[in-house]
Ligand binder design. Structure first.
Ligand code: IPE
Ligand code: IPE
Ligand code: MG
Length: 249
């Protein structure tokens, strides 16, 4: 029903999602948190397929934040194992749907096995021309901005960059999202209304969509609803509504 309402001419180029609520989903079913994470992988599978089918160019999923390293060790270990299993299981689906896998974040902090799996999958899917699925792993915006500031400082110090040449483009190019357009739509599930250190620079003009739905319960229809909501908004980028409408005519 929702699918037919989507305007294929006004699709967001990049959708980013803060996949939240796995733990609460498990708790509400009387299960351990890991069951929620496992169920969350099913949602990743169906939303990726739906996004690919709709012709969305970029889908970024916040899978593990820098701050998530501070969770109980048992949960961290189990999540890392789940990542490894998921990549092994899902690579075939990515190939089938012509999806290219990319990652952002501090991949080097992941256990070696997880790093290897992700790198192999990125190589294997490098030739795919459909959806770019960007997984944020050990990612946080502040980590990324510090890293960019250091790189810029180093370039200035070594004489390859002039201070006055640092602009929005230079900064963007030094972030881990370099080459990826800014998200048009940023979705967060589970009812929390915060950014939690995700894409702070890139989301400057993203449309925000919050839903109480927990990530394991987030259906394809819920995804379509978010897209329809996005399509009903006027993105002004600091201009007036009149300016935008004159430009259209
Ligand atoms: C999101 O679900 C997944 C990760 C952060 C890894 P949570 O694990 O944060 O679930 P809640 O917020 O505790 O319900
Ligand atoms: C944000 O969720 C990070 C991911 C979805 C990977 P959290 O559950 O970690 O965020 P907070 O703690 O509620 O802000
Ligand atoms: Mg959470």
């Amino acid at each position: 029903m929702y699918k037919e309402t989507i305007d294929r001419e006004r699709m967001p180029r990049h959708v980013a999602i803060i996949m939240d609520g796995n733990g609460r989903w498990a708790k509400s079913h009387g299960l351990a948190r890991m069951f929620g994470h496992r169920q969350g992988v099913e949602t990743v599978h169906r939303i990726t397929e739906a996004a690919a089918e709709l012709g969305i160019r970029y889908l970024t999923l916040y899978a593990f934040s820098t701050e998530n390293w501070n969770r109980p060790q048992q949960e961290v270990d189990a999540l890392m194992e789940l990542l490894v299993d998921t990549i092994a299981k899902e690579t075939e689906t990515l190939m089938k749907n012509n999806v290219r896998l990319l990652t952002i974040g501090d991949l080097n902090r992941l256990p070696q096995k997880a790093q290897d799996k992700f790198r192999r999958c990125m190589e294997q899917t490098a030739g795919n021309t459909g959806l770019r699925l960007v997984i944020a792993l050990s990612y946080s915006a502040r980590w990324e901005i510090i890293r960019a500031a250091r790189k810029l400082a180093e370039e200035v110090q070594s004489g390859t960059l002039r201070v006055e040449d640092i602009d929005e483009t230079t900064v963007s190019e030094h972030l881990t999202t370099s080459g990826i357009p800014d998200p048009d739509l940023l979705i967060r599930t589970s009812g929390e209304q915060r950014i939690s250190n995700f894409l702070l620079w890139q989301a400057a003009y993203s449309e925000l969509y919050f839903t109480p739905c927990l990530w394991p319960d987030f259906t394809v229809d819920e995804f379509y609803k978010a897209l329809i909501d996005y399509q009903g908004r006027e993105r002004r980028f600091g201009k007036t509504s009149e300016q935008l409408n004159t430009n259209k005519g």
